[in-house]
Design a protein around this ligand. Structure first.
Ligand code: HEC
Ligand code: HEC
Ligand code: HEC
Length: 129
């Protein structure tokens, strides 16, 4: 039996310590906003409908800035794939009725090849003017 089992009823007390020891993978948006390089990305986004979407929602977990530990920064580039956007914007019955969603098969797909969403929508300021 695990050492801490029974100390707090059936809860395994050491689980807290073990969870706390796991490496942190996410940063916080403040770090991006306050950096010299990304203040502009941040300000653009804050003025758009994407204000509630934080950088790491799209760019992935970045507790350590690309390159900080010798990783290849290229590896962290967000691929502007349709699925990135559709994860949140695909029309689904479970989504709130007033959330902007699209039907993939009907939304600007005249071309032979499915277009990237960012052809028309700036990911940091998605409204089409
Ligand atoms: C809704 C998803 C989304 C969010 C939220 C988002 N990004 Fe992006 N970002 C993208 C995509 C997609 C690209 C690639 C655009 C391209 O290839 O033209 C990109 C490109 C970039 C680039 C490189 C090109 C450029 O525009 O300068 C930087 C730097 C960047 N993002 C930083 C940020 C920062 C910092 C935040 C948070 C303040 C953020 N992004 C939030 C999706 C997002
Ligand atoms: C993590 C979820 C998430 C992702 C990923 C995401 N969005 Fe959004 N998007 C939102 C939210 C939240 C809003 C604001 C909805 C509202 O105001 O009701 C929004 C709003 C929008 C709007 C409406 C803008 C307006 O002015 O009405 C468009 C267009 C849009 N997003 C396109 C995109 C595109 C293109 C991508 C991919 C590059 C993307 N979104 C990725 C969550 C997301
Ligand atoms: C060829 C240009 C084009 C492409 C590509 C495109 N869109 Fe749009 N999108 C628009 C235009 C224009 C509007 C505003 C008018 C409308 O709703 O049709 C819009 C509106 C939207 C809205 C708001 C819908 C609403 O109810 O307010 C969302 C969300 C959206 N697009 C997401 C996406 C996503 C996700 C992709 C990629 C899978 C994408 N768009 C690809 C041009 C485009």
């Amino acid at each position: 039996m695990p050492e801490s089992f029974g100390k707090y009823g059936p809860y395994r007390g050491n689980a807290l310590i073990e969870e706390g020891e796991r490496p942190i993978s996410f940063s916080e948006q403040k770090k991006c906003a306050e950096s010299e390089c990304h203040e502009e990305n941040y300000l653009t986004k804050e003025e758009s409908k994407h204000k509630p979407v934080v950088c790491e929602n799209c760019h992935g977990a970045l507790a350590f800035h690309p390159g900080e530990k010798g990783e290849d920064p290229e590896k962290f580039g967000t691929k502007p794939e349709r699925n990135l956007c559709l994860t949140c914007h695909r029309k689904e019955p479970a989504r709130p009725a007033d959330f902007p969603t699209i039907l993939e098969s009907e939304h600007y797909v005249e071309e032979e090849e499915l277009p990237q969403c960012i052809l028309c929508h700036d990911p940091h300021s998605p409204a089409v003017s």
